[in-house]
Design a protein around this ligand. Sequence first.
Ligand code: NI
Length: 185
Amino acid sequence: MAVCEILKMGDPRLLRVARPVTAFDSDELHLLISDMLDTMLAANGAGLAAPQIGVDLQLVIFGSNARNPRYPDAPPVPKTVLINPVITALGSSESDPNVLEVEDWEGCLSVPGLRAMVPRFSRIRYTGFDQYGDPLDRTVDGFHARVVQHECDHLIGKLYPMRVRDFTRFGFIDVLFPGLDAERG
Ligand code: NI
């Protein structure tokens, strides 16, 4: 078990455009993913991107169950390793081709203690590869779509505060949501 230090906003390594992974199913890659899973679980995160532990690669992991104390109301998202991702915005439903943006509260392990309302595409398709090099192709919406967009933003040097449009809904968790325990940071 290796829990890594999570870089915080202000660290220039969070602002890089990450390099694609070129070698799959290697000992090095499996070890990196194992460390990322340990780090995400220890921090109660719903996702983690390799740049957040200082690794300059296009690799994110995410997934949550109903017991995640940081996101107790979020629907479960399957545990996923996503490498070299490509995201496409889709129409808001199969019958509606109009791309829709929705706002919801987001936090980030690299921005501890804060939350903001962040606009994201409501429905997306994402493709990429798992750690064995097998292709992944999913169409998702809701919290799942939000988590993927948030994590993949880390791969292009974007942190969620850079996506905020309404700064009246950006603040400290203990002020915005009094009574919630500190674990939600
Ligand atoms: Ni984040």
